[in-house]
Design a protein around this ligand. Sequence first.
Ligand SMILES: NC(=O)c1ccc[n+]([C@@H]2O[C@H](COP(=O)([O-])OP(=O)(O)OC[C@H]3O[C@@H](n4cnc5c(N)ncnc54)[C@H](O)[C@@H]3O)[C@@H](O)[C@H]2O)c1
Ligand SMILES: CC(C)[C@H](C(=O)O)[C@@H](O)C(=O)O
Ligand SMILES: [Mg+2]
Length: 360
Amino acid sequence: MNKKIAVLSGDGIGPEVTHQAVQVLESVADRFGHQFIFEEALIGACAIDQTGDPFPQDTEQVCRNADAILFGAIGHPKYDNDPSAKVRPEQGLLAMRKKLGLYANVRPVTSYEALEDKSPLKNEIVHGTDFVVFRELTGGIYFGEPRGRTENGATAFDTCVYSRHEIERIAHQAFQAAQKRGKHLTLVDKANVLATSRLWREVVKSMAAGYPDVELDFMFVDNAAMKIILNPGFFDVILTENMFGDIITDEASVLAGSLGMLPSASTGDSYALYEPIHGSYPEAAGKNIANPVGAILSAAMLLEYSFDMLEESAAIREAVAASITEGIVTSDIDASSTYGTTEVGAHIISLLKSSVSLKS
Ligand SMILES: NC(=O)c1ccc[n+]([C@@H]2O[C@H](COP(=O)([O-])OP(=O)(O)OC[C@H]3O[C@@H](n4cnc5c(N)ncnc54)[C@H](O)[C@@H]3O)[C@@H](O)[C@H]2O)c1
Ligand SMILES: CC(C)[C@H](C(=O)O)[C@@H](O)C(=O)O
Ligand SMILES: [Mg+2]
């Protein structure tokens, strides 16, 4: 198959981990007889430096022309530490999500048996963790208007807005995912306080009759933050709004071993983008210590979701799991490890090659 992939590496560790994901995709193409054409484009702080715009028109066009988009991470301390900055890297990411209509962010959370002993949590808690978070990505407090400061600057305000339509379209996806998995959907919200959460509850409840085989329950986000760590086995599919989903998935990454482990798919009606859930981890940039697994597993999601290449994506997941079992991991997973980003990526590729040649 011939496919065009837009590659937006971004800032900090973004280029390092994305490079490993691209190498993995090249290796898949080689072994399975596909042709992937990669087109790079700027986003985030590096785009501001070169064009003044965190999501330039050229980048948008590259995304629209591609069959799928692979994204790294954006963000730079010079903006994080300057609250008065008018243009920020994060605006590029948010503009991209909004303009491309990427409303459903799917974040799978799985634990690895080989990492249970290294977890700060007890083995029996981490063991068998396997749930997926459907995070709404283009609404809520991230985008609501009005937002800003009063004239004298003494007060700031953001607005959380959700419409029935925005809730329904992602809720259908979460119900359908639950039907294919453990048939259990949990809506995480703050309906005891927020009007938007009460609308989420009303809409999702009204849809439940269409999915009679799915058990639906509701949990307040503060309780969910605790239960995810205490009893992750309770969860199968979590559906939640934009900001709650952002926060609980960083927390959930502890179950997988590190924030560097979790991949995601950001999908809409016309485009799909794949991104590790972590940020640009500026302290690690250029040091060859970032965990590339979240980016590599995002490439596996890309093959599965956008290209329907199930065998290819499974091969990547198996190679990642085997590499972890062999202890070839970065230092965020095992502090005594001497393997860096490139060594872990190269090892996953070597496992991928040998597993494919064994099968053929
Ligand atoms: N999607 C994105 O592009 C995205 C996501 C989150 C944060 N950010 C941006 O990234 C910058 C840094 O933010 P932050 O420090 O809060 O979040 P971060 O995700 O970059 O890093 C937080 C911590 O997670 C760990 N970590 C993250 N990725 C890792 C990896 N691949 N391997 C090993 N450990 C990893 C590190 O301990 C790090 O200190 C900010 O500018 C922020 O706005 C961007
Ligand atoms: C950088 C930031 C805007 C972004 C978000 O909050 O969505 C990030 O944390 C993420 O998880 O992708
Ligand atoms: Mg986040």
